[in-house]
Design a protein around this ligand. Structure first.
Ligand code: SAM
Length: 344
């Protein structure tokens, strides 16, 4: 199958390989900068969102994603903002699913806060989506409201239930927040594994001004892991989803536990991904400012020649890695843009 795909790709366009010999086969697309939550570590309460004219249409997003698929992208994740609040999102999912049917794309997936899953879970499954990530930092309704500012935990639970009923594998993503959910991480693990879901814990990253200090939120996962290891047996496994998490199996539950550690241990050397925002800006690294405008070449011509050239030029500039630091001397955001812009 891989040989057939390689041949197909050779016929379409050359694969994307960066200056450090890393093949770029994973694209994350933020389909909207808007969200129906205002998580305290992600956004300020009063965010200014982009004017609609700046945002790519669904057709343009499809064309852009498809251009990357033609260049060897095998995994496509729709994110945001909240991807499922983008009007007409299922039209995009449906049209992108053709790449699953041809075998050009190995996986089409979504990262969501779960608020709209009850409505969309069955459709996602019908369009060939097999696994989704749901972001959930606490199982306490009041804490959930405090973290998300606007969210309702009951609605998210209903969404997760709908996703599982539709046959989607659900992975829970939780950001570790000092003094907020650190005591609850064992409960989250028991709940996720008890319900047949993997759990990934994420270090908070210094992205965007959120109106409060990062140092107050930052909890190194080295500490989290050591604490979990006092209670459970964490066995290293070589399970790999193509993303940034490193996994262990929890012997007692049989479930998988992932760690995303951009601060205490980055895995930039094996980075295989790039990110596009809903305005068609390509970020070659989540943790660097350098970017390329793909909207201009996309809109300049109906053929993909200009777009392909702009993608090539950008991949040639993909940096070696990021260098996030959160400590007393580095309290300001490393980057001005919020995670909701680039997509987590
Ligand atoms: N709305 C969707 C969701 O909630 O999953 C997709 C977008 S959201 C920006 C993607 C992920 O990024 C979520 O898991 C969120 O918790 C995480 N996130 C947001 N800001 C972050 C930050 N500063 N550091 C680490 N993770 C962050």
């Amino acid at each position: 199958m891989d040989a057939i795909n390689d041949n197909n790709r050779k016929m379409r366009g050359s694969a994307l390989v960066d200056p450090f010999d890393r093949a770029i086969n994973y694209l994350r697309v933020s389909v909207t900068d808007r969200c129906d939550f205002r998580c305290v570590y992600c956004m300020a309460e009063n965010m200014t969102f982009l004017p609609k004219a700046d945002v790519l249409t669904l057709e343009e997003l499809d064309r852009l994603c498809s251009a990357f698929v033609d260049r060897g992208v095998r995994k496509l994740r729709l994110t945001g903002g909240e991807p499922l609040v983008r009007r007409g999102i299922m039209t995009l999912v449906s049209s992108l699913s053709r790449h699953l049917c041809t075998g050009a794309l190995e996986e089409l997936t979504v990262t969501t806060n779960g608020s709209q899953l009850k409505k969309y879970a069955a459709e996602l499954a019908n369009h060939g989506i097999k696994r989704i990530n749901v972001s959930l930092d606490t199982l306490d309704p009041d804490k959930f409201r405090a973290i998300t500012r606007w969210g309702d935990l009951k609605v998210v639970h209903e969404g997760i239930d709908a996703a599982r009923a539709a046959g989607l594998a659900v992975k829970i993503n939780a950001v570790a927040l000092k003094g907020v959910n650190e005591d609850e991480l064992p409960t989250l693990l028991e709940w996720a594994h008890g319900n047949g879901m993997d759990l990934t814990i994420i270090e908070v990253m210094p992205l965007g001004d959120i109106g409060e200090g990062r140092l107050d939120q930052y909890l190194p996962l080295s500490i989290v892991r050591a604490r979990l290891a006092e209670r459970w047996t964490l066995e290293d496994i070589d399970y790999y989803t193509g993303g940034p998490a490193r996994y262990v199996r929890v012997a007692e539950t049989g479930g998988r536990l992932g760690f995303i550690t951009p601060l205490t241990h980055n895995f930039c050397e094996s980075c295989n991904r790039v990110r596009v925002t809903c305005t068609g800006t390509l970020f070659m690294c989540l943790g660097q400012d350098d970017a390329a405008d793909l909207r201009k070449p996309l809109r300049a011509s109906a053929s993909n020649d200009l777009l392909d050239a702009a993608i090539d030029e950008a991949i040639r500039r993909k940096p070696k890695g990021h260098d996030f630091i959160i400590d007393r001397r580095h309290k300001r955001p490393a980057l001005a843009r919020h995670m909701s812009m680039t997509g987590g």
